[in-house]
Design a protein around this ligand. Structure first.
Ligand code: GLN
Length: 224
């Protein structure tokens, strides 16, 4: 398994947590976390918690070896530039179009959106999700907030999630997009085919139920 950078950091800090690798079953399916920029480690933990094997994806070869991928939050412009530099941009667009199960949070949602408002529309990105999204529409870093809301089709009560300079889904562009949750009249979690995306960060609060949906898709596709 490719080590994720945060694991080394955690060990240096003497975190009480055991190594992620210890908790992963030998036959767990390898699933990538795009590890160019953003909150990679939290997603790796979430994937391990739902029975998958997290691997860092920074190169086309690493992408080719995974059964699914998380596009983490971070800064979408920085991730988009790094996608171009790493040679991942073309292969990632192709795998998403081919039905690779994908989960995108926040900046990940931005990169998956078929349309972005204003000048952001020029951002080079893989796309695949028929929504129109506005970057930073929920305000600045200081306007970040936590909120509780129900997610349809997900048991276990409301979700408590962080919105951090979050993008807002302004429009759903195709009837095949299923809205899983709304906040203030806007979709905040959606699903279309093999793509699940949300404007918030469930992994920050440690809520792994959306990652569990991804895991179901991945296992179904892999025939497990
Ligand atoms: N504001 C960031 C962007 O536009 C997204 C923030 C996040 O991922 N938490 O890329």
């Amino acid at each position: 398994m490719t080590r994720l950078p945060g694991e080394r950091l955690d060990r240096r800090r003497g975190a009480e947590r055991t190594d992620l690798a210890d908790a992963i079953a030998p036959d767990a399916l390898p699933v990538g976390v795009l590890a160019l920029q953003g909150d990679v480690l939290e997603h790796a933990r979430a994937l391990a918690a739902v029975g998958l094997r997290p691997v860092a994806v920074r190169t086309p070869d690493q992408l080719a070896a995974v059964h699914g991928l998380v596009l983490p939050g971070g800064e979408s412009t920085a991730i988009a530039r790094a996608l171009e530099r790493s040679g991942l941009s073309g292969p990632l667009t192709a795998r998403i179009a081919d039905g690779l199960p994908v989960l995108g949070t926040c900046a990940g949602l931005i990169l998956l959106s078929d349309e972005l408002t204003g000048d952001d529309e020029r951002l080079a990105r893989p796309r695949g999700l028929a929504v129109r999204t506005e970057r930073n529409a929920y305000g600045s870093q200081t306007a970040s907030f936590d909120v509780r809301f129900a997610v349809s089709g997900i048991a276990g009560g409301p979700m408590e999630a962080s919105f951090i300079r979050a993008p807002r889904i302004d429009a759903v562009l195709d009837p095949s997009v299923e809205v899983l949750a709304t906040v203030d009249g806007h979709a905040v979690a959606v699903r279309q085919g093999s793509i699940i995306a949300m404007s918030f960060h469930p992994e920050v609060a440690g809520d792994h139920r959306l990652h569990a949906l991804l895991a179901d898709d991945i296992r179904r596709r892999a025939g497990r």
